[in-house]
Design a protein around this ligand. Structure first.
Ligand SMILES: [Zn+2]
Length: 135
């Protein structure tokens, strides 16, 4: 069964970022359909779903590739925001409770000093700007 599917998918475009976008749109429309009890939204949800499958099984790589490029260009501000949130979240998780974290006022480099040392002068290792902080 899996072998058969693999052979079927050979030479076909498959999944890319636009597929995920269409899949997401499908779920949003279904969700809205459920919330508002509007069956037209379910019908509307079929459009991105059918389009997603059409692209997945398509053999026209150049056309699908171009669609995806247009989509990713269009979505790049959104991806940037998501990336920023992810980095921020990861930074926060990595933080050590024994340190206090500062941001350099000049170059925005993140700095950390051990806690409990009172008022200290911090010098940024990157741009050598000094400022005062309480640890
Ligand atoms: Zn700095």
């Amino acid at each position: 069964m899996m072998e058969k599917f693999k052979r079927f998918m050979m030479g076909r475009y498959g999944v890319d970022q636009l597929s995920y976008g269409l899949n997401f749109l499908f779920f949003i429309l279904v969700l809205l359909g459920l919330i508002f009890g509007n069956s037209w939204l379910f019908l509307l949800a079929l459009i991105p779903l059918v389009y997603m499958y059409f692209r997945m099984f398509s053999k026209n790589f150049a056309a699908r590739y171009n669609e995806n490029r247009v989509y990713t260009n269009f979505m790049s501000p959104v991806y940037n925001v998501i990336d920023k949130i992810k980095t921020k979240f990861n930074q926060r998780r990595k933080r050590d409770k024994n340190y206090k974290y500062f941001k350099c006022k000049n170059c925005h480099q993140e700095l950390r000093i051990p806690k409990g040392k009172g008022k200290v002068t911090i010098t940024c290792p990157k741009c050598h700007t000094s400022f005062e902080g309480r640890s």
